[in-house]
Design a protein around this ligand. Structure first.
Ligand code: ADE
Ligand code: ZN
Length: 349
């Protein structure tokens, strides 16, 4: 595809401004992972929930992770302050305001209902609070926000089916289903029947695969679950046949560089394989995953990754386009956003 701008007209020192100002889509963020320590403490006080940290600083100090599980233990504990519909609204609204400030025009937000229903919070409370924030985001911020329900893969197939049943009365409030939580030991095929049912019901399908887990988990997410996008997927680079498949079928990978750094998937951001994935022709995108825990929202993911890896304005353009192309929005909305991306790059150059 021909470039709508001259990359030589954008010097490296202008890249951060280009990255911050370009229109973006975010396709991989867990709304519970946007809960900042300040809001955790405010909600704990509002709801009378005890948390085992003296203050905001002490909680932040605990954010030193060695792998995915060490993060998930703290992440689920943080979510325990969410009890009322207004809590879910406040959490989502705080994220959506930050997304708007980062020029995010479209966001597809994951939520983990089992984290809440297992504590006795009703599905209705969770979905209605989050959905009301999405409605307000469109009206007040111009951000198109949609929800994707994630099943926790460390729990059973029966629990996932029960969660689906509880969510179906609210099916007009989420566009798809995903699979998250502890990857190793919980391969996608554990949820083959749940995803088959969700597919029959007409939901969009995604799954975390190849974050810490092997390429085999990406293959089974594609071939058994029949997902439309792979969340993370960075381990795919270890399997040349898988890379060919992902490129040929234009399966988006929702890559989360700062998450990968904080969870020690890569030892250093300079060694991140985002550039290799793009250069191999994959539809890679940049996302924040759990921004309150991993050191930044979407723009920080872009600027820090570009600074560390030496990606170019051409990569920035490709990533901005991939985000909208990989979204589950309708064809007309996608075309309008892609035109805005091209116009932004042409004007910037
Ligand atoms: N839940 C929240 N963040 C996650 C991640 N990075 N991987 C798996 N499950 C998650
Ligand atoms: Zn994730």
């Amino acid at each position: 595809m021909s470039l709508p701008f001259n990359p030589a007209a954008i010097s490296a020192d202008r890249l951060p401004e280009l990255l911050r100002s370009m229109p973006k889509a975010e396709l991989h963020m867990h709304i519970e992972g946007s809960l900042e320590p300040e809001l955790i403490f405010a909600l704990a006080q509002r709801n009378g929930v005890a948390i085992p940290y003296a203050n905001v600083e002490a909680l932040r100090q605990a954010y030193a992770f060695t792998n995915l599980q060490s993060f998930l233990d703290i992440y689920y504990a943080g979510a325990s302050v969410l009890l009322k519909e207004q809590d879910f609204y406040d959490m989502a609204w705080a994220y959506l305001q930050r997304a708007a400030a980062d020029q995010v025009l479209r966001t597809e937000m994951f939520f983990d209902p089992q984290t809440h229903t297992e504590r006795g919070v009703a599905m209705e409370t969770v979905v209605n609070g989050l959905h009301r924030a999405c409605v307000d985001a469109k009206a007040k911020l111009g951000v198109d926000a949609q929800l994707i329900l994630c099943f926790l893969r460390h729990l059973s197939e029966a629990s996932a089916f029960e969660t689906l049943e509880q969510a179906l009365p609210f099916r007009d409030k989420f566009i798809g289903v995903g699979l998250d939580s502890s990857e190793l030991g919980h391969p996608p095929e554990k949820f083959a029947r749940v995803f088959a049912r969700c597919r029959e019901l007409g939901f969009h399908l995604v799954a975390h695969a190849g974050e810490e887990g092997p390429p085999a988990y990406v293959w089974s997410a594609l071939d058994v679950l029949k997902v439309e996008r792979i969340d993370h997927g960075v381990q795919s680079a270890k399997d040349p046949a898988l890379m060919k498949r992902l490129a040929a079928d234009r399966i988006p990978l929702t890559v989360c560089p700062l998450s990968n750094l904080k969870l020690c998937v890569f030892p250093d951001l300079r060694q991140h394989n985002l550039g290799a994935l793009l250069d191999a022709g994959l539809v890679a995108t940049v996302n924040s995953d759990d921004p309150a825990y991993f050191g930044g929202y979407l723009n920080t993911n872009f600027t820090e990754t570009f600074a560390a890896t030496g990606l170019t304005a051409r990569h920035a353009w490709q990533l901005a386009r991939n985000g909208f192309e990989g979204s589950f929005a309708g064809a007309e909305a996608k075309r309008a956003w892609l035109d805005r991306v091209d116009a932004h790059f042409a004007a910037f150059a």
